[in-house]
Write a protein that binds this ligand. Structure first.
Ligand SMILES: C[S@@+](CC[C@H](N)C(=O)[O-])C[C@H]1O[C@@H](n2cnc3c(N)ncnc32)[C@H](O)[C@@H]1O
Length: 220
């Protein structure tokens, strides 16, 4: 069976997984990401977990269809499905709201392991997630923006450092995006539109919009 291609969003997540990793894909659903990485020989082992039995079954079918080995499917919430002897090195949490990802990280002591490489891809509320990360001792190592199927996304690799930092509203939106990259500019352009569409009666919100517009104009 010829291996499928990942879309740009999952391909960007895959690019931040370290070679040889033992991966946990939390909220795996179809399990495209771990199956693809295993078949490419990029990772040695994967736990694909999901809170729902139905998505987990879909993932099992993907693994069976493409004859992926070294993958275990586990039913459960967040990081609860990861066992110590799995020796997981990298954890992907993709395709969920930023607040759900923040909840998953806050509910587990396991997340406070500085050796773990988290790859996070929030579908919404990325600013809430960035604020949560820094206030709780996590830091973004790398962040990129991409466009897939007409929609802008951001993906970040994150680790726990223990340093708690209060972030500005501007940082929570821009994070560690490289603003010399056209996709980052496009992503921030979309954030500006979202902010404009909300009722922004207060001065601080207007100031934030101006700072973001200035940033975009400086890069055009
Ligand atoms: C939209 S799918 C994303 C699938 C895949 N990660 C991707 O990015 O394409 C989100 C999945 O996360 C699962 N999910 C939601 N909350 C979860 C939680 N707290 N723990 C584990 N899985 C969760 C859902 O059941 C669903 O299958």
């Amino acid at each position: 069976m010829r291996l499928f291609s990942l879309d740009e969003r999952l391909l960007t997540c895959a690019g931040l997984v370290r070679d040889g990793a033992r991966l946990a894909d939390v909220g795996s659903d179809h399990a495209y990401l771990p199956v693809w990485l295993l078949k490419q020989g990029r990772i040695s082992f994967a736990v694909a977990s999901d809170i729902g039995e139905k998505p987990l079954e879909t993932g099992r079918q993907t693994a069976e269809k493409y004859k992926a080995r070294n993958i275990e499917f586990r039913l459960g919430a967040g990081l609860d499905t990861i066992r110590e002897d799995d020796n997981i090195t990298d954890i992907v949490i993709a395709g969920m709201g930023g607040e759900v990802i923040a909840d998953i990280l806050s509910e587990s002591e396991l997340a406070k392991n500085p050796g773990l490489n988290f790859i996070l891809q929030p579908m919404t509320r990325s600013d809430e997630l960035v604020g949560f990360l820094y206030e709780n001792g996590f830091e973004i190592k790398k962040q990129t923006a991409l466009r897939s199927k007409g929609r802008s996304y951001t993906v970040m690799s994150v680790r726990y450092s223990g340093n708690k930092v209060v972030t500005s509203s501007l940082f929570r939106i821009v994070g560690k995006l490289d603003m010399s990259d056209a996709e980052s500019v496009r992503y921030i352009g979309k954030k500006i539109k979202d902010l404009e569409n909300k009722s922004l009666g207060d001065d601080s919100a207007r100031e934030l919009l101006n700072e973001l517009r200035l940033m975009i104009n400086e890069k055009n």
